[in-house]
Write a protein that binds this ligand. Sequence first.
Ligand code: TRP
Length: 446
Amino acid sequence: MAAARGEFSSRFGFLMAASGSAVGLGNIWGFPTNTASNGGAAFLIAYLVLTFLLAYPALMAELIIGRHAKSNTLTALKYISSGKKSRLLAVALGFAGMITVSFILSFYAIVSGWFVAYFFDPIARLLGMDGVAQWLTTDTVTRNSIFLIGFMILTIYIISAGVKNGIEKWASRLMPSLIIILLLLIVYVMTLAGAMDGLRAYLVPDWSRITEPQLLVDAMGQAFFSLSLGVGTMLVYGSYIRKEENLPLVGSMVALLDVGIAVLAGMLIMPAMYVALANGVEIYDAAGGLIAGPGLIVSVLPSLFSNMGFMGIIVALAFFSLMTIASVTSSISMLEVPVSYTVENHGVERHKAAIVIGSLIAIISLIITFNFDPLFDLVVTYATEVSQPLLGFFFCIFIGWIWSRNDILLEIKQGCPDAESGLFWKIWPFYVKFICPVAILVVYFQ
Ligand code: TRP
């Protein structure tokens, strides 16, 4: 059966890989968009609170199960199950997670493909190829198909190379670049007229909205999506962490990096929108709200960039390389879920598994692209709003009610010997057992 398993070679490697998974379109596009449409900082605060109260405990659940079992999601859940019924549930949850994450990847690849196309646009303009630039920025089925396939090939290529030489190597290079590009862009945008209005809209909360059910639902969805929870992504990454690593510590570092980069992305996108406004670009939609959705990234920002002359080309290049990096380090973590299962449980070679599964997902993406209107929203909604929270709920049930508390403690103690007397162990077990599942259900049925 199992070939030798990969392992992250250092704490830095794991942190880059896991924060790379967490930091993605969810942070740079989803979070600022959600913030814009939910009353600015009111949303930010709800998101921060929910991340630390609900998503971080769920993240820890996945990391602990993963590192304990040192195997893919399905096998890991089976491994911690004691009875026949819970083993059955483990198999169901494992498969449901793999299917859900594959669908998430199928729409993620489409959106990422748009941004990759926009990344090539300033290059084409620099080379004076205006026709190509026009093609790259026009929403057509051909362009979308080509770029989603290219994006999937890149994802497959990295996953084929394995944990250390693929995931870790790429994330360790790309994530620091992402942070540097993001910071440079923020500094630059802040110098432009209108930026301060955007910062104000972002950071001054509209308190009246903080209790709105829709705001809370969006904030929880955002927190779970952003930390890549519920489908086994973090479980699989956890399974590649060394035993001497302190799990509560590295888990909180991942959550902090994720939240930190989302907050920073907001400090880029919101001011950029108001700079666009100051430049005469329309930033409000028909209903009077800020343009959110895809329009924000593929219309508002490009219009802004094209108003900025040569500097706009540089900024566009930087911005869309940021989006591309964020996407790739996330998409690889999604493909790893079904690939690790196929490699370990069916003895398929890694690169074969990556090619076959990656191609199947690309085919689903193509089907969605060709039938965009009925399918895209449907897939996004089912995968992220219906399936993902429900699976997250069952993960909490597994760790809170099925796996023995003693084994959990033993696992955490490796790498964190005095865990038993620490704050984490005083709060977390109760939390994942009672508070998390109930809270997920409450928000879910909102
Ligand atoms: N967290 C990533 C983002 O914010 C996306 C992501 C990666 C993801 N793996 C996942 C989302 C697994 C859900 C499930 O964009």
